[in-house]
Design a protein around this ligand. Structure first.
Ligand SMILES: C[S@@+](CC[C@H](N)C(=O)[O-])C[C@H]1O[C@@H](n2cnc3c(N)ncnc32)[C@H](O)[C@@H]1O
Length: 235
């Protein structure tokens, strides 16, 4: 797939999305041509490059110091180098509103839930990365199922089980008169449960973790035996 990504100009190891997620974001940006975008989770700016191309104004937020580069590279991008919760406080204080928000920062359930909650009042369309990660998905649901402003679709862009676990996927929420869970097709079934089941049955990551535990146990057993042997010889 990398040569395909190179062929069409989206290959970038610093952009932590799959080819289909990248094309989904580029397509959405090209269709929306948003005035104002907020990005929670800059990393190394893989997505920010495209945001800056299509949006009039972008704010990107990250706790890592690389985010400061965004302002130097793109005249229409403002970098906020602090946690998303502080960014959300500022958005509330200044009463900012965005056509598009992208959430891809702290991936814990609590943090994802708080980021979504914080942006609901301030964004028309919200794109949430890693909707196929079990914790992130729970965090999204925690907030989305109890709000009344946005419709949402957790399987907007499904993901697959990978060697490093179940990551990726894009969920979408949009301001709507019919807030709540949405589907596209009559009687459609979510691809998430079978993918999560498939991921839970993966043997290699489990075997690696058992192997690591055995090595840790053996290492500590051998070092304790050496200490004990030394003490006994010393007596
Ligand atoms: C998965 S990366 C973002 C990837 C990026 N959206 C892309 O497409 O390449 C997550 C980023 O969120 C940042 N991050 C994690 N927790 C954060 C927090 N509480 N506030 C702000 N940034 C955070 C990390 O420093 C990291 O750069």
């Amino acid at each position: 797939m990398n040569d395909f990504q190179e062929k069409i100009g989206i290959a970038n190891p610093d952009w932590l999305m799959s080819a289909r997620e990248k094309l989904c974001l580029i397509g959405l940006l090209n269709t929306m041509k948003p005035d104002r975008v907020i990005e929670l989770g800059y990393h190394r700016g893989g997505a920010t490059f495209w945001l800056s191309k299509f949006a009039k104004k972008v704010i990107t937020v990250d706790v890592n110091e690389f985010v400061a580069n965004a302002e130097k590279e793109y005249p229409n991008v403002e970098a906020w180098n602090y946690p998303t919760l502080e960014a959300i406080d500022r958005i509330k204080e200044e009463n900012l509103f965005f056509d598009l928000a992208i959430i891809d920062a702290d991936h814990s359930r609590k943090a994802v839930s708080a980021d979504v909650k914080g942006l609901l009042e301030h964004a028309d369309i919200i794109l949430m990365h890693d909707s196929f990660n079990p914790d992130c998905r729970k965090g999204m649901i925690d907030t989305l199922e109890s709000q009344k402003s946005h419709a949402y679709y957790l399987d907007f862009m499904p993901s697959v089980s990978k060697g490093d676990g179940l990551w990726g996927g894009l969920a979408l929420a949009w301001k709507s008169k019919t807030a709540g869970p949405s589907i596209e097709f009559y009687q459609e079934k979510s691809p998430y449960p079978p993918t999560a089941l498939q991921n839970s049955l993966r043997l290699i990551p489990k075997m690696n973790s058992i192997k690591d535990s055995i090595f840790i146990f053996l290492g500590s057993f051998i070092s304790k035996s050496k200490i004990l042997g030394g003490r006994l010889r010393g007596r």
